[in-house]
Design a protein around this ligand. Structure first.
Ligand code: URA
Length: 266
């Protein structure tokens, strides 16, 4: 596998492109045969380390380039075009469509999910598959259609096989999400699932602990949005017993929005 004329950085990039997230050693080996000799492992590790450093450097370059391209953007249409042209995230090459936000860009409520799934990747619209249909029903139960909110994902491209996004992918795409938040300028953000909550709020906490509590998100205009996180609808489809808690979160969200609306009328 590790031949003289193959650049280890290319191999690593290929693995990341293909969606590999973890390795259990520095070199592949057949567990049915002898384990690799310690010296070989050390030797390959010393080849790979600079390649890993290079890759980290590439990620920070891609983050900077995402930030740079967002600088001159002043509308959602411009942002969508910039995201579609962006080449700094390998997920773009395994996805079939860029999935940008949907709904009402003037709405005061923004919903944020993790990343497109297979249906969204096919249609180019967030939350149109089974979990989106459940979400639509839950939001409809409090009187909200997509005309009353805007919805997007942390990542605009589907990770292969719906795997959890890598930290590097989140880091590269976060400037696009933050710009989208600035342009929509919501008062309330409802985050769906732990991965999206951890990414936006920059915390490492389980969704079971975070849900039901209010957080704050500081927009670049200096104003703050009130943030509530809850279970991802895909999780609710697998764990129907948690639906009651998610329903409480949605009711809490609705009450806070209503309270704010009635305060504005006095
Ligand atoms: N799950 C998400 O997080 N986002 C989608 O758009 C669809 C499923």
């Amino acid at each position: 596998m590790m031949t003289e004329n193959v650049n280890p950085k290319d191999i690593l990039e290929w693995y990341i492109w293909a969606g590999v997230e973890e390795t259990c050693g520095d070199i592949p080996f057949d567990i049915g045969k002898n384990e690799p000799k310690h010296e070989t492992v050390k030797q390959n590790a010393s080849i790979l380390r600079p390649a890993i450093n290079d890759l980290a450097h590439n990620v920070s370059g891609a983050c900077k380039s995402a930030l740079d391209v967002c600088e001159n953007v002043s509308t959602l249409e411009e942002l969508k075009a910039v995201v579609e042209q962006f080449e700094g995230c390998a997920l773009k090459h395994t996805a079939s469509k860029t999935v940008f936000g949907d709904g009402n860009p003037q709405a005061k409520l923004l919903l944020i999910g993790e990343a497109p799934g297979a249906d969204e990747d096919r249609e180019g619209v967030p939350f149109v598959g089974r979990s989106g249909q459940l979400l639509d029903k839950m939001m409809a139960a409090i009187g909200y259609s997509r005309q009353q909110y805007y919805i997007c994902n942390v990542l605009p491209w589907r990770p292969p096989g719906n795997r959890t996004p890598l930290d590097s992918e989140v880091a590269v795409c976060l400037p696009f999400l933050k710009k989208q938040i600035d342009l929509v300028d919501p008062d309330f953000i409802f985050i769906l699932g732990g991965s999206a909550a951890n990414s936006l709020l920059d915390v490492a906490e389980t969704i079971s602990k975070m849900r039901g509590h209010w957080f704050e998100y500081q927009k670049t205009n200096g104003k703050k949005a009130k943030v509530l996180a809850s279970f991802h609808p895909a999780y609710l489809l697998r764990s129907a017993g948690q639906k009651a808690k998610a329903w409480n979160d949605i009711l809490r969200l609705k009450k806070a929005i209503n309270d704010e609306n009635s305060a504005e009328h006095y």
